[in-house]
Design a binder for this molecule. Sequence first.
Ligand code: GLU
Length: 414
Amino acid sequence: MSYNPFAVAQTQIDKAAKALGLDESTQQLLRVPQREYVFTLPVRLDNGKVKIFQAFRVQYNTARGPAKGGIRWHPDETIDTVRALAAWMTWKTSVVDIPLGGGKGGVICDPKTMSEGEKERLARAYVRAVSREIGITKDVPAPDVYTTGQIMAWMMDEYETIMQEHHPGVITGKPLALGGSLGRGDATARGGIYTVREAANAYGIALKGEAMAVQGFGNAGQFAALLGEKLLGLKLVAACDSQIGIYNKNGISAKEIVDYKLSKGTLKGFKGGKEIASNEVLEVKCTVLFPAALENSINEKNAQRVDCKISCELANGPTTPEGDVILDKKSVVVIPDYLANAGGVTVSYFEQCQNAQNYYWTETQVHERLDQKMTAAFKAVHETSVKKKINLRDAAYLVSIARVAEAVKLRGWV
Ligand code: GLU
């Protein structure tokens, strides 16, 4: 059977609903999206032809606040991927306790083959199609896989052109010059690093001088390498992008490998270590593993060979439920995705707060407030895990789904 992330998301909800003793209607409501939009975008390419793109926006649950979540541009995007990611956003905003719901968007496209002009036309077409459905009181998009600050800028401009007013809070992850927040760039990885620090304290795991491996070398992976080294004293021994992995047990300079990736667009040819297959990075012996690529990376085929003490899931859905059972048996401390990577949306929320006040915070303020949120979230989850004798993922579900269920009940929806 092929992997369906939404089926995985629903299995997780059912499990948590049972553990929480949720009534049937609440469970039924939480296992499906509240609203979804599927639309078709004709976009003129540079060669004069018009290409038809399929796009999605799913508002999974808005009981705790406006829907919030990124827009992914990926050739393998499907409505079920977007549904799953929108569900995970709902638990993510809940676990860090910010007053937002969960949503996600997607476009089936291959941005690697598109020119800047084509990307701009696609970004604007997307916003024209959903302009009535998004907004600061309804649904606030952000970047995700293969979407950037520049794309957010075009989207915001299109929205403001339609509305004929300034609305910087309609979208987050914007460039600084257009109302973005200091500290948004590395927020996903930084939040993850704070949870690794807390997990190491809670489980008595030493970090200084210990090895880390980073699977996936986009924004989150690159900053995990840099900040893992800088803030936790970890030593990078392996990293990979979608094409190739690099391994060096004596250590790789995080700055050198990030600079190489940024200038060449690939890790191929990097001289600081030997080349290995991308997937092998997941199996490298290390103290901290950062799965920072896509969903379904650690599964029943390779989980047995994962050799780390802490897996900090910066990607969304990197471990399948089957993979999870195996990691649990091996006593790997898994910091679950929507807790580990909640730093991004947390600083997105800070960005919205600053946009609403029209008053901007310092980078230190952003870092301190992010640290407070992530630390409090980790502690709440860890406490539940100890109290109920369950792993961090199951505990995170209990904490976050209970909060959404409470909001749904208080509104009188169920
Ligand atoms: N795409 C990021 C995530 O999956 C950020 C979402 C946001 O900032 O709204 O958490």
